[in-house]
Write a protein that binds this ligand. Sequence first.
Ligand code: KG4
Ligand code: ZN
Length: 336
Amino acid sequence: MKDIFILGIETSCDETSASIVKNGREVVSNVISSQVDLHIKYGGVVPEIASRKHVELIIPVIDQAVEEAGMRLEELDAIAVTYGPGLVGALLVGVSAAKALAFTIDKPLIAVNHIEGHIAANYIQHKDLEPPFVCLVVSGGHSHIVYVKDYGEYEILGRTRDDAAGEAFDKVARALGMGYPGGPLIDKAAKDGNAEAINFPRVYFEKGCLDFSFSGIKTAVLNYINVQTQKGEGYKVEDVCASFQWAVVEVLINNLITAAKLKGVSKVALAGGVAANSCLRSEFIRASLNNDFKAYYPSPILCTDNAAMIASSAYYRMIKGKVSDLYLNAVPALKL
Ligand code: KG4
Ligand code: ZN
């Protein structure tokens, strides 16, 4: 069978990325230009700044991805792009570039859901992984437990009812004056802290419900910081980080184990930016040994936003004939 090369484009938040992936599994090039430095001083992503930066970067990033692959545009088999969920202005930059490129080289345009892309990062990392499996997708904007029945076929088993896990990490880090994005900073500080120092609340819903809620724990951390400060007792940042992280990880893993048992799967995966968290990864491995399932997770660079995962996901859409037309628009609140 002829090899299929897809160029993926990702601009849903603050990463401008383009990547060429062969047959959905092999990364030929993956260029990621992060805007984090631009947003740090605001403590989070500023949508208007993100869109403007994407406009500046999109062509150079695509050029670089094609050059690093040693290919000509005409050799590509399709153009894939994230069309949601995400920031509308940011998404539109990628969607417009993808449409223009697909039109110019006269190749199919494939629209990819960003959350689906995060799941597909596992296909790149683990060449042997095939559905069915259960996947925990945890990022700055989403926390879902998904049953991946087949390529492109999903059943949501649980989702956050308020903040996403990554959002909670970012907000707690901001309250601790640590900077942005908070997840990696909390992960690092927690290594020198005591995870049992403070007993932050864990939220579980009624039996059989695998939803999450992380706004309560975020508020509990903020209250703890205020009370300790008012009492003049202070607190150890590392202990707050470790205790907060442990509480979040415990809920994520417990619901994930329940989901895996519910579906009777032998394979379970992590995906999304928070899947780079070292505590989540080690607890996940432990859970896999205790509960007899095989654990899959992408390398950190494939956990956070990147276009390789978009190109991988697009491959499985393409072979099922799911291509888009040039009327494609960004859908900021797109559901899986
Ligand atoms: O997937 P991603 O790059 O973007 C979204 O789709 O949202 O995820 C970014 C999120 C941020 O909230 C960031 O703080 C979090 O992932 N994150 C982490 C770690 N690395 C990134 N959270 C916890 N521990 C980490 N090591
Ligand atoms: Zn993402």
